[in-house]
Ligand binder design. Structure first.
Ligand code: PGA
Length: 245
């Protein structure tokens, strides 16, 4: 794994956006695997800036998102489809019909998972997968478990993830308890992976990912078996590693 430590969140975002921009420049018809959450927001802002100021061209790009809540409409501001439109897709020249997010309202979520897995294959696989990480080491919504989930699947969110995500929901709004997520196997098939993390709340997860046992207790630790992973973290997220050195 290549690890880049940055001074702060802004620098983490700039470096990540540069890597994504380089990918799109080198292969204009890239399939980008994208992530939601607070971590990538600044990265998407930088990409929008690169589109507006440097004419970074997304016209041939295709995107597949990691996950989506079950039960939320695409127009619901808490849905990941809404997040992606709002933070990136509405502001660059990417054809919306080539942006894919699992359908959280499918009448048959298991079927939706199979279709999503097939879709990724039909697109030729993901060229560059962007990942955030949960405080518990989850990637996508692959929560700590007894084994690594292979393919796109329906998952029950852990209490800690529901709690972490509740900050995005208003009072009285129920946080979904289930989601559709790419599996660890799906993620591991991406040709390149870019994992980003900032803040001290991610320090233990980053330490476990880089130095703990490779175990489904810390799903991100499996990334050590992938041949092309870049990890970009700010100093706060790297703190536990620094302390051990
Ligand atoms: P966050 O979530 O970026 O909102 O911290 C990351 C994740 O849970 O994967």
């Amino acid at each position: 794994m290549k690890v880049i430590v940055t001074r702060n969140y802004e620098e983490m975002c700039q470096k990540a956006a540069r890597i994504i921009a380089a990918q799109v420049t080198l292969k204009p018809d890239s399939v980008l695997g994208l992530a939601t959450g607070s971590t990538p927001v600044g990265i998407y802002q930088d990409l929008v800036k690169k589109y507006q100021e440097d004419r970074l061209d997304f016209s041939e790009v295709c995107t597949v998102n990691l996950d989506e809540y079950i039960g939320l409409d695409r127009e619901n501001p808490q849905s990941y489809r809404y997040f992606m439109n709002h933070n990136l897709f509405d502001h660059v020249n990417i054809p919306k019909q080539y942006t894919y997010v699992p359908n959280g309202l499918s009448s048959d979520p298991e079927d939706e998972c199979e279709d999503y897995e097939l879709l990724i294959q039909q697109l030729g696989g993901v060229d560059l997968q962007l990942l955030g990480i949960g405080g518990n080491g989850h990637i996508g919504f692959n929560e700590p478990a007894e084994s690594f989930a292979e393919e796109t699947h329906v998952t029950n969110l852990t209490a800690s993830t529901i709690e972490a995500n509740s900050r995005f929901f208003g009072e009285g709004e129920e946080v979904p308890k289930q989601a559709i997520t790419m599996g660890i196997g799906t993620i591991m098939q991406a040709k390149k992976i870019l994992l980003v993390a900032n803040g001290e709340s991610k320090a233990q997860a980053i330490y476990d990912t880089l130095y703990g046992p490779v175990s489904p207790n810390c799903p991100a630790s499996i990334l050590r078996f992938h041949q092309d992973v870049t990890v970009i973290v700010d100093e706060a997220a790297f703190k536990k590693v620094t302390e051990q050195q």
